[in-house]
Ligand binder design. Structure first.
Ligand code: 1PX
Length: 211
């Protein structure tokens, strides 16, 4: 992973995460999140409590991937099958498997929905739109429903520290605003596809509310 964020690389990693049979490679899914974390870090320390949580979840998944059962963690589909067949998931309340791959990835999956909603707002935003408003509207429509009051408050404070739309476009490192908007238009269908494949898989296996 290079030091400077580029939206292009996020696009490439999410593209690489789809297999021919429309399964999702965990390795590239995680790589996409790493890029996003590096973007968030470049925005300042206010966001570090958020990046810490994402990094922690990435680490859990990486440990599974490089562990002795790593071959079962190649795709999200193989992970779900393996963990369910071997009763490695706490299904209704936290118990002996509080950090299963399935529940950990579910947290990132819900955040991917936030990202999709936020980027779509950014793509279609007017020059005077506020990133903080776009961010919190997207958050309230998605992740907020899964977060307790205290987290929602802290997230609200962090949103106020977001830079304006112009700076945001610059940090994305993908050319002028017209080019960024075009790249967002290219990225969003891919992000949506990865999101939808995961959502359908989790829904089919009744995993959308894992504790
Ligand atoms: C191209 C520009 C895109 C901007 C990229 C920004 C990436 C943001 C990544 C946010 C990922 C958040 C993951 C949150 C996972 C989560 O829900 N964790 C909670 C539950 O976990 P648990 O193990 O306890 O069940 C955990 O409690 C969360 C704690 C931290 C708060 C997470 C707030 C997420 C707010 C999302 C908005 C980020 C705004 C960044 C501004 C660019």
């Amino acid at each position: 992973m290079a030091d400077t964020f580029s939206l292009q690389r996020v696009l490439e990693t999410f593209r690489s995460s789809l297999t021919e049979n429309k399964e999702v490679y965990i390795k590239y899914y995680i790589a996409g999140w790493k890029e996003l974390v590096s973007f968030m870090n470049s925005l300042g320390n206010v966001f570090s409590f958020i990046s810490k949580d994402v990094i922690c979840k990435i680490q859990i998944l990486e440990n599974f991937l490089s562990g002795e059962n790593g071959s079962h963690y190649v795709t999200i589909q193989s992970m779900v099958k393996y963990e369910l067949e071997n009763e490695l998931v706490d299904l209704t309340k936290r118990g002996s498997h509080p950090e299963s791959g399935c529940r950990t990835l579910l947290r990132l999956h819900r955040a991917l929905r936030w990202l999709e909603l936020f980027l779509e707002r950014l793509r279609t935003s007017a020059e005077d739109s506020k990133t903080s408003v776009m961010c919190s509207d997207a958050y309230n429509e998605s992740l907020a429903q899964h977060h307790p009051w205290l987290i929602r408050k802290a997230v609200g404070v962090a949103f106020c520290a977001l830079p304006g739309r112009d700076t945001f476009f610059n940090v994305m490192n993908a050319g002028d605003q017209v080019q960024v908007v075009a790249l967002l238009g290219e990225s969003l269908p891919l992000i949506s596809e990865v999101y939808q494949i995961t959502e359908d898989l989790y829904a089919k296996n009744n995993l959308l509310e894992l504790p």
